[in-house]
Ligand binder design. Structure first.
Ligand code: PLP
Length: 384
């Protein structure tokens, strides 16, 4: 096999000063560029804290399966992450448990759009409003954010890192509802700021990064053990800072994403047969077809089958991923933070999830190959 299609990650757009720097979420939300999605999330938590200074041990609700950066963002603000287990077989928080976890110390909730599938923010916004909690939409994996069309969240978070819908080689954004602006923006304004230089070095780095995303270079890169590509680690957040990201650069990223055709419908059509074999196509739950999604998710009937199909796909040059592999309490480095926390549905979700690439270099031939491998390997052989 020569080359491998990467599991995630779009190409970095060229700087384009003519790209209209207006964003769909404005003027309903104000945009503050931050050093990363994690920094943006942490700033949102700081806003939640500042709204309730009388709470000395603030707690933040979040899903029990997700990116460990969420935990880092909360801990960096001296707050406690409180996990909510998932609905069975779905990437959404269980509403009953969500309500049960609210107490006098709860100041905010983070609703995460996983893989490009938005959370049920309408329902969460009602619970948050009734309990005076700040609702934070974490849209690091979804673009556009729900708040661009439906202003349920008080704040929203975007990420422009590697492996995100818009890859600007770093940076993030915090979107603050304009009704709230004032004190929240003062909180964020107090963070130090640095300038993003898009000069010659940036342009060179962009070319190299885009080259390394291609099939043959990626295949080589993935084999380098010290890069630990695809592994999930907990990394504490050291500082929360803003970034002076040029607005036209994000405009260029949005335009490039808009020009790509979305292939989730083709996946849903070609893999529909797998549902009769006990697989569940999460990708069907992704929003409209207008924008491409980040990853196409499937839940296997068992962990064993998930691992077998993932190995078979990777052997044939398809970067299928088991994503975080574990629920948050079981990620290395977080055992003490979540000692004694039980989240059986998130554990099961983590054990069965398989994600397939959705970026601009996936072809219909790749999807046909994936379908044939899934047909051959996606069920246990009959006994006897
Ligand atoms: C859901 C989610 N939120 C936040 C982040 C953090 O974003 P960044 O990598 O820009 O710090 C990530 C990163 O993968 C993420 O997946």
């Amino acid at each position: 096999m020569l080359g491998k299609i990467r599991p995630v990650g779009s190409r970095v757009p060229a700087m384009d000063n003519s790209a209209a720097p207006t964003y769909a979420w404005e003027p309903g939300y104000q945009t503050v560029f931050m050093a990363s999605g994690t920094a943006a999330l942490s700033a949102a938590v700081a806003i939640a804290r500042s709204r309730k200074p009388e709470v000395h041990q603030p707690e933040i609700l979040m899903p029990a399966y997700g990116c460990p950066d969420l935990v880092a963002a909360v801990l960096a603000q001296g707050s406690t992450p409180v996990l909510v287990d998932l609905e069975p077989g779905l990437p959404w928080m269980d509403h009953q448990q969500f309500r049960q976890q609210i107490n006098n110390n709860t100041v905010a909730a983070i609703g995460v759009g996983l893989l490009g599938i938005p959370e049920r923010l309408s329902a969460l916004s009602v619970i948050c409003r009734d309990n005076d909690l700040l609702l934070i939409e974490d849209s690091a994996q979804c673009f556009p954010p729900v708040c661009a069309t439906q202003p349920f969240a008080d704040c929203a978070v975007l990420s422009f890192g590697r492996g995100k819908p818009i890859n600007l080689m770093g940076g993030g954004a915090l979107l603050v509802k304009s009704d709230l602006a004032g004190q929240p923006l003062d909180v964020v304004g107090a963070c130090p700021s640095s300038r993003m230089n898009t000069g010659v070095l940036w342009r060179l780095k962009r070319r190299i990064v885009n080259l390394l995303l291609m099939r043959v270079p990626f295949c080589v890169l993935e084999k380098l053990p010290f890069l630990n590509i695809g592994e999930t680690h907990f990394k504490p957040l050291d500082s929360v800072s803003r970034l002076d990201l040029p607005r036209p650069l994000l405009g260029a990223g949005i335009r490039a994403l808009g020009r790509r055709s979305s292939i989730q419908a083709l996946y849903s059509q070609q893999l529909a047969f797998a549902e009769t074999m006990g697989w569940s196509l999460l990708g069907r739950r992704a929003g409209g077809e207008a924008m491409p999604i980040l990853r196409y998710g499937l839940l296997a009937p068992t962990e064993g089958l998930r691992d077998r199909v993932a190995r078979a796909l990777n052997r044939r040059g398809i970067g299928a991923s088991t994503f975080y592999r574990r629920s948050l309490p079981r990620i290395a480095g977080l055992e003490d933070v979540f000692a004694g926390v039980d989240c059986p549905r998130a554990d099961e979700f983590a054990a069965r999830l398989l994600t397939l690439p959705c970026h601009e270099d996936v072809t219909p031939a790749d999807i046909a190959l994936i379908a044939s491998i899934l047909r051959d390997q996606g069920s246990d052989p009959p006994v006897g």
